[in-house]
Structure formats: structure tokens, C-alpha cells
Design a protein around this ligand. Structure first.
Ligand code: 5RP
Length: 300
């Protein structure tokens, strides 16, 4: 029984202090439910409002690509430096510790390999399994203008219905076919279609001309896709310019795990994204960290 002797009587209800009613920190996400917002707070850092999402899902259509031959050796040491991890459920269950505290964005579309028509994807993860893994979001590829455009849009809308039912955000990845112009006009079209159809987050490429029109015309957060490996300074400049022009962070793979020092690179990207560090300074940090690490190897 609760002890009721000597109960302190004084109570303070702070009647003069109105209860705060803060808007949710992410663009376009204010009307979402608590569970959905809580999951988004694992994908994006609520302090900076941005994410460094580490993309390692390439194996779902490319197999063991360069840098991802051994996720246990090459990727696991980087986990403390990313806000969220984007990967397949196979790699999550087999290789990532369930004590990982960052956001998990599960690759939820797939089907064709690099040997076939890539736009011919289907939904590849059931919502119940996503809930079972306690993931923070599900990612689906959308091929606007691609051969299987409608099918990929149907994958998105089906997942959005399920995501809304279970409180799971859906990230739409805008794939750009080889024969398409990767320009602001195309990306505005692709991102806006996905957002209109209910995607909660967009992943799209950076373009030097007019990227701010892509972010401005998309009502939900955009994260910048990394793309093929660039020299580190160029990748840092691209990340800097993308967040400066309205992206809520990056979702980078090869530009991190194919770097000469993936650990130094992810830390430098983190400074750019979360703290607005200038690219040249971040590049200097990358080099310093890389040199420190090689020193440890030599000394050790
Ligand atoms: C395909 C994908 C990826 O598999 C991956 O996330 C790409 O990452 P990056 O281009 O930065 O290596 O989204 O379109």
C-alpha cells in the first residue's frame, strides 16, 4: 500500500505558464501521428533537423559491390557516426547488432538485378516484418519516366497506405534512368509526384543548377543521394550545397564507403550536414583524421 504519511502538500501547477505546443521540427510532417514523428526523429537528428544517412543497400541489385564486400568489417565501425542506416533486411538481421541506436531505413522494393530492367521492381518487404524489426522508415524506388513507372508508383502508394496504417514513414527514392536528363526540371517532377502521392521523405540527386527549386517545390524533407564516387572535396561541396539549398541532409553510400578513409569521410560529412562546416574546412578535417588513423596503424 502506498505510504500516505507525511505526504508533501505543496503543489505547483504553474498556472501562469501556458503549456507549450511546439510544431514538429521537420518540414511537412506536423500533421503526422506520434509514432510516425517518433520514427522520423530517429531518421533525422531533432537538434540539427538533418540526417547523415549511410546507404549500404546496394547489394539488393548489385551484389557485393566495392566497399560492401564485408559489411561487418567495413561498415559496422562507422555506425556511431551516422544518424540512420539504409539497408536491406537481410543485412540488418545478419550483420547489424540489435543494440544499434540510430534510425533504420529498410530497403522495401526490389526484384531485378543489374542484369535486367531495373524499373521492374515489386514491394520486397512486408509491413509486419518491418514492424517486427522496429525499423524507422521503409524505402521504395520510384522510376518516373521509366519502363515500369506505374508499377513503381503503385509500390509507393501501397507502402504509403500501409505506412500510414502502422505509423511507418515511407522514403521514396527517385531513380533516374540512363537515358533521362538529370536536371532540376526532371527532379522537380519526380519529387513532387512522390510527395503528392504520400511519400514522407524523398531521396534525390543534387544538381548544380536549380536544386533550390526542387527542395522548395517538394512539401516534405528531401535528402540528397550520393551517387557515384567523387573526390572527397567534391563530395563534401555537394553535401554542403545541397543542405544550403534546402536538403534536410544526405543519404550517401559510395562517397563514404569507397573513400580512402570511410571513417574520416563520414565524420567530415557529419560536420557539414549537422554543423554547417564549410567544405574546405571539412576536407581538412577529413585529411587530419585520415592521417591520424594511418599513424595509429604505423605505430600500432
Ligand atoms: C539505388 C540506391 C542505392 O542502392 C543506394 O542507396 C545509393 O547510394 P549511393 O548512390 O550514395 O552510393 O538508392 O538508387
Amino acid at each position: 500500500m502506498a505510504d500516505t504519511d507525511n505526504v508533501k502538500e505543496a503543489k505547483n501547477f504553474y498556472p501562469e505558464v501556458p503549456t507549450e505546443n511546439k510544431p514538429f521540427f521537420l518540414k511537412g510532417s506536423n500533421a503526422l501521428g506520434w509514432g510516425m514523428q517518433n520514427r522520423l526523429s530517429r531518421v533525422f537528428n531533432p537538434r540539427s533537423g538533418r540526417t547523415v544517412m549511410l546507404a549500404i543497400d546496394h547489394g539488393y541489385f548489385m551484389g557485393p559491390t566495392t566497399g560492401l564486400e564485408r559489411v561487418d568489417i567495413n561498415i559496422v565501425p562507422l555506425l556511431g557516426d551516422c544518424t540512420a542506416l539504409m539497408l536491406t533486411r537481410g543485412m540488418l538481421r545478419s550483420t547489424i547488432s540489435s543494440s544499434f541506436g540510430g534510425g533504420v531505413v529498410i530497403r522495401a522494393s526490389g526484384g531485378p538485378s543489374i542484369l535486367k530492367e531495373l524499373s521492374n521492381e515489386q514491394i520486397a518487404v512486408g509491413i509486419e516484418d518491418a514492424v517486427r524489426m522496429n525499423v524507422s522508415a521503409m524505402a521504395v524506388q520510384v522510376f518516373i519516366g521509366g519502363e515500369f513507372e506505374s508499377q513503381s508508383i503503385h509500390n509507393l502508394t501501397r507502402l504509403v497506405d500501409l505506412g500510414n496504417k502502422y505509423g511507418l514513414p515511407i522514403l521514396a527514392v527517385t531513380a533516374v534512368g540512363k537515358d533521362m536528363n538529370r536536371d532540376a526540371k526532371y527532379l522537380r517532377l519526380a519529387c513532387r509526384i512522390c510527395a503528392e502521392l504520400g511519400a514522407h521523405i524523398l531521396k534525390t540527386y543534387y544538381v548544380p543548377e536549380g536544386f533550390e527549386t526542387v527542395t522548395a517545390s517538394c512539401p516534405v524533407p528531401i535528402v540528397m543521394a550520393g551517387g557515384k564516387k567523387l573526390p572527397e572535396l567534391d563530395a563534401l561541396k555537394m553535401a554542403h550545397d545541397a543542405v544550403d539549398q534546402g536538403a534536410c541532409g544526405v543519404d550517401m553510400g559510395r562517397n563514404i564507403f569507397q573513400s580512402d578513409s570511410s571513417s574520416a569521410m563520414i565524420q567530415a560529412v557529419g560536420k557539414v550536414v549537422h554543423e554547417g562546416m564549410k567544405p574546405q574546412q571539412a576536407y581538412q578535417l577529413y585529411q587530419d583524421l585520415k592521417n591520424e588513423q594511418s599513424q595509429v596503424v604505423v605505430d600500432g
